[in-house]
Ligand binder design. Sequence first.
Ligand SMILES: Cc1cc2nc3c(=O)[nH]c(=O)nc-3n(C[C@H](O)[C@H](O)[C@H](O)COP(=O)(O)O)c2cc1C
Length: 384
Amino acid sequence: MHGAASFTGMSKYSHLFSPLRVGALRLKHRVVMAPLTRMRSTQPGDVPNELMATYYGQRASDCGLIITEATQISLIGKGYPAAPGIHSQDQVKGWKKVVEAVHAKGGFIFLQLWHVGRISHSSLHPKDGLPVAPSAIAPAGTTFSADFQRVPFETPRALETAELPGVVAQYRRAAENAKAAGFDGVEIHSANGYLLDQFLQDSTNKRSDGYGGSIENCARLLMEVADAVIAVWGKDRVGVRLAPYGKFNDMGDSDPEKLFAYVLKSLGEKGVAYAHVIEPRATNPGSGGPIVYEAPRTAEIFRSAFPGVLISVGGYTAEDAEATVAQGLADAVAFGRLFIANPDLPERLRLDADLNKPDRSTFYGGDEKGYTDYPELEVETLGK
Ligand SMILES: Cc1cc2nc3c(=O)[nH]c(=O)nc-3n(C[C@H](O)[C@H](O)[C@H](O)COP(=O)(O)O)c2cc1C
């Protein structure tokens, strides 16, 4: 490790490399590691392992924030083979090693809590039957089965109203497990077409009970989950991820601006540590989708709706991130693909050093190749 990075030295990106208070945390810089699914947990059991601890430890920086890959809160909430969970004691034990590796380098780490809803396949949870969703609407396209094959999506089963407290309870237990594993906080994944996003957006939510119809009703499950998780962690250690205008996983809403302004305002009233908003220009990079620079800028549209810390993500370069923070459009910027390829990304950005390029073929599943073998900067370069 090139541990000399103090983030106090001069950088041309002076706004990115200035301190920031995020809820209970005091960050030394504003380069956040975005949640990145890598599908490398130990099987069976979806257990985080030493390789994952090495990967996260490599990416930790002094008082910098990492958000883990999305982590299922229950088996039926699992959508991808070898994605890790946070619903068994073995998983808690595995995550402890990851947390320790990050803390050993002075970093902070939040766990991303995930229920995929309809973006699942019954082969991943054979005892639980069909995937569940707000309404029985299948997404277009294909997904992964338990043996990594591409298969068509199934039509999910619509959750009964009486089942929803049980879903909230799964989030609460997962939040408790994350606390037992020693995390610094949790991020509620309400983006990218997974369960909570399926409730929010009206192309997937056709319910006629108190959880569908009006914007308030569509946001109800997310708000109940937020309250449950805040009861475990306190509001200053809970963040929420949203994807306004997000189309990934066959999503859409008739009035995203009104919906997400309401959601952000409500989360602001709860005083969550941060809102993490995905730019629509980058809603599908995990599948190699293009960056669409003419898409609306959510940081601009929603800044006024959310009074707390706003983290923006999607297609950022260092220049763009610096300008976004300097203009006050976001308080911090998360990086996804650049963090895959650059374990020491904050230090490289601070020094304006060259960046390694990510290899898409090793994003999902596999071993250390394309995971823990991306090189750090040479010591000589760092000394210049
Ligand atoms: C391989 C890969 C895995 C991802 N996994 C997740 C995930 O687990 N949770 C999530 O909220 N977003 C996930 N995303 C989206 C990223 O967090 C991020 O929003 C996206 O990559 C855009 O940022 P970038 O342009 O800096 O890569 C993933 C993206 C990629 C490329």
